[in-house]
Design a protein around this ligand. Structure first.
Ligand code: ATP
Length: 269
């Protein structure tokens, strides 16, 4: 169907600690989403402390927005429903009303729940004037109406979390419904170091391997780029071993791979 994943909190397998850097983002998400879901009684008085219905994560590709959404569900003890904007609009035109109603009624049953809308710009992008596909417009209007229609009891326990690389494409009406917008930036050198340490925590690396030099040398890399770099580097000792085998070398038992060194990463860049 049009939902790409539904996962209970214990099965997501990603916690905030698995995400390197982004400390400020984690703190903000804690205040905005985790506390209201875990301690709703603290947010049920007065008018100022109202749980927010929608949060937008925006920033360059590969910076950990999806990862944050999943970890948030774990930390909040919430179910996780994931939908992708582009699949919704391309595959399911025509059924906008039925699908949106189904999604929100499903979400109410699963509350507390995080409804993660990746590529939210394609589902809820700016009104495209005469060229806009009628089905896209209907889907967006239905989605917003259902969102507004959440009963206040539910709104505390259903959070719409959108993610996009193209925040300027979002419709104003949607921006208003996502009152909290959090920028998920590319990591600086200190944060690249934190992320690299997570990826390399269980790897066999040379004792004098200088992760700091690697962090300094990877300006402009996203978390996702760093992960790909580490995977490519980890493959080098395997490749060497395969090359030796091609030259006719035979091993009695499976040989231990040599530890990784900085050159493996530099050559992979
Ligand atoms: P896109 O905008 O392209 O959808 P995204 O911001 O949602 O990207 P993710 O899908 O969360 O990025 O990240 C891709 C992969 O990069 C993750 O699965 C993870 O392995 C790695 N990654 C990115 N950022 C971090 C981080 N801060 N800590 C640990 N891993 C990270």
């Amino acid at each position: 169907n049009f939902i790409s994943a539904v996962v209970p909190p214990g099965e997501i397998g990603i916690k905030f600690d698995d995400i390197g850097a982004l400390d400020d983002v984690k703190t903000t998400l804690h205040e905005l989403a985790i506390l209201p879901m875990k301690r709703p009684e603290l947010f049920s008085h007065g008018n100022l402390l109202r749980p927010c219905k929608g949060i937008l994560l925006f920033g360059p590709p590969g910076t950990g927005k999806t990862l944050l959404a999943k970890a948030l569900a774990t930390e909040a003890g919430a179910n996780f429903i994931s939908i992708t904007g582009s699949t919704l609009t391309s595959k399911w035109f025509g059924d906008a009303e039925k699908l949106t109603k189904a999604l929100f009624s499903f979400a109410s049953k699963l509350a507390p729940v995080i409804v993660f809308v990746d590529e939210v710009d394609s589902l809820l992008g700016a009104r495209g004037g005469g060229f806009e596909h009628e089905a896209t417009r209907r889907m967006r209007n239905e989605f917003m109406a259902a969102w507004d229609g959440l009963r206040s009891k539910d709104s505390q326990r259903i959070l719409i979390l959108g993610a996009t690389n193209r925040p300027f494409d979002l419709d104003d009406a949607v921006i208003r419904r996502l009152p909290r917008r959090i920028y998920v930036d590319l990591p600086d050198a200190d944060n690249r170091l934190k992320i690299l340490k997570i990826f390399l925590a269980k790897e066999n690396i040379e004792p004098d391997f200088d992760v700091r030099s690697l962090a300094n040398a990877t300006e402009g890399y996203s978390g996702s780029d760093l992960k790909n770099l580490c995977i490519a580097a980890a493959y080098r000792p395997v490749q060497e071993l395969l090359d030796e085998e091609k030259k006719g070398k035979k091993y009695d038992t499976t040989p231990a791979l040599r530890p990784l060194n900085l050159d493996d990463f530099i050559q992979s860049k």
